[in-house]
Design a protein around this ligand. Structure first.
Ligand SMILES: [Cu+2]
Length: 127
């Protein structure tokens, strides 16, 4: 819950900039710190995003990262969902998501640590 509020306040602070700047969100869960960023400003089409997981300031590379972006059903529009698994590149988990439309996309960021525990972070992005 604490994390959620933190992410929300970061979102609130950056919401005015979201159309102009790449996303860059921080959260923590289960003793891990997570940074979630995009290579560029989010657009309709392909977006490259990165997740970095650290523990006690050290980068962790033995986790499995997954993300799910979704938009609820709306009048005239079905539920939409995109998923990707992070591929480890230079200490960062790289993902690619192709958004079909602008608006608010909710997301779940899941990471499974070496001990088998799955941690989930929820937030949203706008494009
Ligand atoms: Cu929609």
């Amino acid at each position: 819950m604490k994390l959620f509020l933190k992410v929300i306040s970061i979102l609130a602070l950056t919401i005015g900039l979201l159309n102009a700047e790449p996303i860059n969100l921080n959260g923590s869960k289960g003793g891990y710190d997570v940074n979630f960023s995009s290579e560029k400003t989010l657009v309709v089409g392909d977006n490259v995003m990165f997740v970095t997981v650290t523990k006690d300031g050290k980068v962790v590379t033995d986790v499995k990262v997954k993300a799910k972006f979704f938009m609820p059903e709306m009048p005239g529009m079905p539920y939409m969902e995109y998923k990707d698994k992070g591929k480890l590149v230079d200490g960062k988990y790289k993902m690619s998501i192709n958004f079909a439309m602008g608006g608010t996309w909710q997301f779940h960021l899941m990471f499974k640590t070496a001990d088998g525990e799955v941690h989930k972070i929820r937030s949203s992005v706008n494009l």
